[in-house]
Design a protein around this ligand. Structure first.
Ligand SMILES: Cc1cc2nc3c(=O)[nH]c(=O)nc-3n(C[C@H](O)[C@H](O)[C@H](O)COP(=O)(O)O)c2cc1C
Length: 334
């Protein structure tokens, strides 16, 4: 409870924080029915500064914003849930649809908002107060398929007929190619997780013929992008994982096995990226010989190690919506 402040208390607390040389990130929202998407978002928001303050709309303001049936959870409980999170340093309830009074009282060092916003689409009044306070803006994408609205729909029956199994494969169903990225680099830890996911893929006779060339140097990213006619955007991505296969290591020394193994690793990496809040896009290399040769040259690979694909990886700068490409006509139950 001691993390829940009035605006005046929060203002004094923020001033104290600054006096001790620490920085403050602020985000605002409703945070009704707290779910994993909220928590992951708040963890990333907290990483932007030394402390994170979450400003939530009062119940009356939520009704004005979202209609009479919301919020589901009252302001005190929403504040309590948020304050219980380790990544949240302070919570403020504000009684208006705009968070301007909070920003005026607190002057955040960093203002964090969901990736469905940009500096241009932020509320103009809020934007100008934040700008005047000298705040840096940071937009963090929400995880696809995780939202309070979808939880409510599920409970009310709108999606209730979806079987449980369907929900558990959501991270796979919601994977989309991401081709625009934030400038923020991808950390070593995240890249290591992706590589673990890649090497957890099935491989014929467990030969694991794959090699992973992890590129984060901007000049090398640009050089690779120059060789991939449909992957120019890789030049603007913070990371690339090029997956190459060693023909000598593949089951039976066969090209097809090597390609299947590397492709399985690529898909594992893309799904893992989505689970970590990252985005990615597969860029075809094999069987285009000019691309294979060009990348072999760039990476100094011998003849028997063939680049199969490159994966552009980064924090998403766009949020392609989940869609289904399911078709009954390509399925036959026997
Ligand atoms: C073998 C392969 C090669 C691909 N090559 C490229 C490419 O060179 N450039 C690109 O932008 N996307 C490429 N993609 C991504 C596809 O365009 C994308 O997966 C497809 O349109 C489906 O969209 P989704 O990934 O958003 O579901 C490739 C995908 C595969 C599997």
């Amino acid at each position: 409870m001691e993390k829940i402040f009035t605006i005046e208390e929060a203002s004094r607390w923020a001033a104290e924080l600054r006096r001790s040389g620490r920085t403050l990130a602020v985000t605002n929202g409703v945070f009704d029915l707290l779910h994993r998407g909220h928590v992951q978002y708040l963890m990333e928001a907290a990483a932007q500064a030394d402390a994170l303050l979450v400003a939530i709309n009062s119940d009356a303001a939520v009704k004005a914003l979202k209609g009479p049936e919301r919020p589901i959870v009252c302001e005190q409980d929403r504040a309590f849930m948020l304050a219980s999170l380790e990544c949240v340093s302070a919570v403020v309830i504000f009684d208006s649809t705009r968070a301007t009074p909070v920003f005026q009282a607190i002057a955040p060092d960093v203002y964090v908002k969901g990736g469905d916003y940009t500096e241009e689409t932020l509320d103009r009044e809020e934007h100008s107060v934040l700008k005047a306070a000298g705040a840096r803006f940071s937009f963090i994408p929400f995880i696809a398929g995780r939202s309070t609205t979808s939880v409510i729909k599920q409970i009310r029956g709108g999606g209730a007929s979806r079987p449980q199994a369907d929900r558990r494969i959501d991270p796979i169903l919601s994977r989309r190619s991401v081709r625009r990225f934030q400038l923020r680099p991808v950390g070593r830890e995240q890249l290591a997780e992706l590589l673990k996911a890649g090497m957890a893929a099935p491989s014929a006779c467990a030969k694991d013929p794959w090699r992973f060339l992890v590129v984060t140097k901007p000049e090398l990213l640009k050089a690779i992008a120059d060789k991939l006619p449909n992957g120019r955007f890789l030049a603007e991505a913070p990371a690339c994982i090029c997956i190459a296969g060693d023909l000598n290591k593949a089951h039976g020394g066969e090209l097809s096995y090597m390609l299947q193994d590397c492709s399985a690793a690529a898909e594992n990496i893309l799904v893992a990226a989505g689970l970590l809040g990252l985005g990615g896009c597969w860029l075809g290399v094999h069987p285009r010989q000019e691309r294979v040769k060009a990348l072999q040259e760039l990476f100094g690979l011998p003849e028997h190690i063939l680049p199969v694909c490159c994966l552009a990886i980064g924090w998403p700068g766009e949020s392609p919506q989940p869609r289904t490409r399911y078709r009954d006509d390509v399925v036959k139950f026997l």
